[in-house]
Design a protein around this ligand. Structure first.
Ligand code: SF4
Length: 442
């Protein structure tokens, strides 16, 4: 334990996407710099609990409620329970008080949360405080910088550069919870990259709710940011998180192609390959446009670019032939790794009220067909690296890692310390993993 002994052990639990994880890490870092000892074990010896919540599905809501209840039970009545994030954005204050929450923040206000938690612990202040004072749909919103004074040392670091979305896909609740899009000032991002490089971070992943909207509110763009990042010395690897296909214009592709540290992998969620379903989903592109975006990306970034994707099966009115269109677009756009989800109704979205619901059985059948095709496509993609040299960033185990194209690799003949980048020769492939032999030259 370090610093202010008064804060003691603080439990932190994060649910949800990469943005949530980043926020959890920032909150943990800030509490740590205020003298808390952070734990992920919920025990009776903890002084306070912080739960970063998610609300992407009804199931996520259920989990949040369950974890909050459990935390309150173990904390007893006198300890501080703070909750923030997407689920708590929509929680009414009566329910929050019934659940025993002391400090309630939503998708905003996480930057002041550590200070308020510190003060509540120090002053034994168990009053109910609702920090959700902002209108999250106001175009006057700006970026809330989450201070991190002791950068976390990881081989890979997620940097949150954007928040919010106003695209309103018909199945998605996120715009209602995260609110108006805001971008992190470029200087803060570049400063954080420098700090991470100084702490030996090898790989940086830009993350956001809708990355393609980066810069719209601050007279900048993702392309401009990438151009600035390209000039940073010492950054080995840069990746982008999920990017909406319509965000990938020529300026961005040109910037990525000139950025030496950019890893040749893009995650472009297709969701459906059928034009009627895409229109109902309000995705903002057609199947033909998606294929063209993939072709353009390969023209700029090379034929070995890995394009991974997400598929949503069983959207209302999706017929067999509409689903087959999805499988065809998966093939035509030569996708790599694919995550497949069955459509699930989200209360408050347009899709909730749509007619033509697909049976659970049919949805699951389509999930399994899309997964099977996805595996075949991914294995075909991975095989291209056999007999070639690949660069691997070594992870915790010392014998596994990811290549620059975001392919998992096992090193068969040697162990390394984590966080090293090595060159190996890929000799075979098994279930989408490359099997490699170390080449003694870096
Ligand atoms: S782009 Fe669509 S899927 Fe992504 S957060 Fe916005 S509304 Fe949701």
């Amino acid at each position: 334990m370090q610093g202010n002994q008064g804060l003691g052990l603080v439990y932190i639990h994060v649910l949800g996407c990469r943005s949530s994880l980043c926020e959890g890490e920032y909150i943990a870092g800030s509490l740590k710099s205020r003298g808390a000892l952070i734990t992920e074990e919920l025990g009776e010896n903890i002084n306070a609990a912080v739960i970063v919540t998610c609300s992407v599905t009804q199931e996520a809501d259920r989990k949040c409620r369950q974890i909050v209840r459990r935390a309150r039970k173990i904390l007893g009545r006198e300890k501080i329970l703070a909750v923030c994030g997407c689920w708590s954005q929509a929680l009414d204050s009566e329910s929050a008080m019934e659940l025993g929450i002391n400090i309630l923040a939503g998708s905003r206000g996480k930057n002041i949360l550590p200070e308020i938690i510190e003060s509540a612990i120090t002053n034994h202040d168990t009053r109910f405080q609702d920090l959700r004072t902002q209108n999250i749909f106001s175009s006057a919103l700006s970026w809330e910088e989450l201070e991190i004074s002791s950068p976390v040392m990881h081989s890979r670091a997620f940097i949150k550069i954007q928040d919010g979305c106003d695209h309103f896909c018909s199945y998605c609740i996120i715009p209602f919870l995260r609110g108006h899009p805001v971008s992190r000032p470029e200087k803060n991002i570049l400063d954080e990259i420098h700090r991470l490089i100084d702490n030996e971070t090898q790989e940086i992943i830009f993350t956001g709710i809708h990355l393609g909207l980066y810069g719209r509110d601050i007279d900048s763009s993702l392309a401009k940011l990438i151009n600035s990042v390209s000039k940073i010395q010492g950054l080995k690897r840069l990746r982008l998180g999920s990017l909406e296909p319509f965000s990938l214009d020529e300026r961005l592709l040109a910037a990525l192609s000139e950025c030496e540290s950019f890893c040749h992998h893009l995650h472009l969620p297709l969701q459906s390959g059928d034009n009627n379903i895409l229109a109902l989903m309000r995705r903002g592109y057609t199947a033909e446009e998606f294929i063209r975006v993939c072709d353009d990306a390969r023209k700029f970034l090379g034929d070995d670019l890995h394009i991974s994707s997400d598929i949503l099966t069983g959207f209302p009115t999706e017929s067999d032939s509409a689903f087959n269109n999805t499988l065809n677009v998966m093939r035509e756009s030569k996708l790599g790794r694919v995550h497949v989800f069955p459509f699930s109704e989200r209360k408050g979205t347009l899709a909730e009220k749509m007619r033509g619901k697909i049976s659970h059985q049919e949805k699951i059948l389509r999930v399994s067909m899309a997964i099977t095709l996805g595996r075949e496509l991914y294995q075909d993609y991975v095989k291209r690296f056999i007999n070639h040299d690949v660069e691997i960033l070594i992870e915790e185990s010392g014998s596994k890692g990811h290549t620059k194209h975001f392919v998992e690799a096992d090193i068969l003949d040697k162990k390394f310390s984590p966080n090293q980048i090595i060159i190996a020769k890929a000799v075979s492939e098994l279930n989408g993993r490359l099997k490699c032999i170390y080449l003694n030259r870096n």
